[in-house]
Write a new protein. Sequence first.
Length: 752
Amino acid sequence: MAKNNENAAKILDYWFALDFLSQDKYPDYVEIRNKIKRHKEDWAKGKSKYKTIETFIRLEKKDITTRQLYDEIYEEAKSCGMKKWGNLTVYIGRVKREKCIECISNILSLPSEADNRVEKSSERIAWASLQLSPEGKYIEHSLSLSTILWALDEIKVSKEKLSEALDNQEYTLAVETLENRFFDKEKRAEVENEKKLDTNKVNIASDGKIEEIQRFDITAVTLKTLQELFKEIERRYIKDNIENTVDENDNYEEIYGISFQLFKDEETKYKREADNYLGLEQSYFSNDIKMVLDLARNDELSKDKYLGEDIQEYITTLVNSKKNETRRLDMVRPDNGNLVKFKSNLSELLRIQNAPLGKWPSRFMPAFMQQMAINLAIGKGTSQLFDVNGKIFSVNGPPGTGKTTLLKEIVVNNIIERACLLAEYDNPDDAFVQCDFIHGDKEENAYSKYTRHWHRLKNDEINNYSILVTSCNNAAVENISKELPKGVVGDLKALENDSVELRNELDSVAKLFDPKQSDMKEKTYQEEAYSDIYFTRYAQTLLETEDVWGLVAAPLGKKSNLSDFYKKVLYPLSRDFYTKRGTAEERVTKYKKAKADFLNQLEVVKEQQKRLSDLGDLFDSLVEAEHDKEEAKEQVRIWKLRCEEVHASSEKDILKLTQQLSFATEKVETCEDILGEIRQNIEDKQEKKKKTHDLIKQLLEEEFSKRNSVGIFTKLFNKEKYNVAMQLADEYKKDADKQRKLSLNWNKILNS
């Protein structure tokens, strides 16, 4: 195995074991029960404000023979003033995490110092968990066995490397064996077919009305079944590994915990149910890590030219730190011995052609390092500097350092690049290719009789500019997904010292993202008109706030988010978008206008980009000339020293040195001439800027003069003369605005 593959395999081996054996601690039911206690007291007094609340019921061994699961759920709901509940998450058994660690340590014969760890765990973990539906029925494939308990026997058998003893397929098979034994659908239907559960529980409301509380199905899982599962796990995974002793009689416990949400009514349940059950194993990446690990062990990882090589470089970065020193570009602490190369790299990274064509609407510009990261991330540059990072680009920083701000600029870049590609089509329908379904059970292999086909983009390059934000933390993803559509008008407010010109520019941009000021009008299928920017109404409904400008992103992932997106966006959009015949033609007309506006603005931006690029080239020439001048001066100094050293040498040597000195002196004079030309170029641009300001002033005076050249009587009785005067004044104003933009460009160029 190649050395780099070997290093990658060792690191992946560790990552896999760490990820596979990760398991959250047992739920903190004490905190939950305290909250429930306060709620029950408030509800009894008629003061409760909750429409939904999370609760936790704890049952012990002695409760199994004397209680019914439904009775426990029912009484909890009734005492909380609730009528509905969501899925029931059941935790079976509890064991000390530290005892499991000790057991693994003993099996692997780890050094004794491992027992002297400073930070020993005081947590407890569940043996297994599963989910029941609100009707008490087992939810298929929800059984989860503690990977830590399962691993104890596997490690005993193999006594090899920890990761080699852990196999996802073997673990899945063990879970399926338990599931088939205790929750086989056919078997349970036979056994419980004749059971008669009390499913007629009711609640008497304060007005005397009978309100029926949710009920269990006759095939609901019983506490007895849960206890049988406990005993099987105890026999199979606990007995030969962990013991309760006289001194430590609580190393493991027979405890059953039921966690669930309670709801005031069905409507509240529909809106607020959050089913994020993932089981006990918090292993999000173990299958992926195992796949990459196998590739590394077989010397195949580095041979994968798409991402394999980049992944290996990423994994072994710290191991290969010395090797990477020659490739690393330190923009914070540049090599003082090579400042010329540093400045050259800096100029290349920040070159205007390598930046996005647009910017997120905000009065603030990206900071120096942010802009550098943005340019590197979007990868528009063609030099080797932009290839060195490969296909994986990592940005690290603590909260509040601008990572989300940086991401917004990348989003803007991708939106514009996609628009450039989509603008190649005269009709938006031309951008798509119709495809047939293959595995559907309806006519033409479709999944629905109403939808016979699906469509994909004709130009797959457009998909390169889609962005998928992923994380094992739902909150982190949702924060970004909800941040992007959020209103931006507040970020465009002028500051106290801003010029009138800047205030006007900020106001004009803010108007583009303010739904209240939008000129675009849309209608729902019920003919309700509203102002729109980019699916604004759907974004407001989905995110439950008016403070959004458009549906540029949406939180998906978990079941409740997907359900919300369908019910609040996709379904109403299908009704609203084509309300009548002829709507398609109207939308094509709107598309063509939007396309024309976009291409016009794109041309303006590219022209500004070219001007800034020219100035950048001018600046590079200035830096290069200054560098050449300093080099020439240094040569003069060196040759002077040599002349002094060989003063006593032959005339021939002196003549040669004199000629070299003359050549260096001429080079200095040439550099001075180049610098003079550059300075003259800058002075010419400043003169053009002054002339532009003078012309703006003249045009504004002409506009003012024309607007005031006709009085109120002319406006009333000689509209033709009045309109001619106003049109002429408008022309002067347009010319003034055009010159003002030109002046802004000169300011940007001269201030760069």
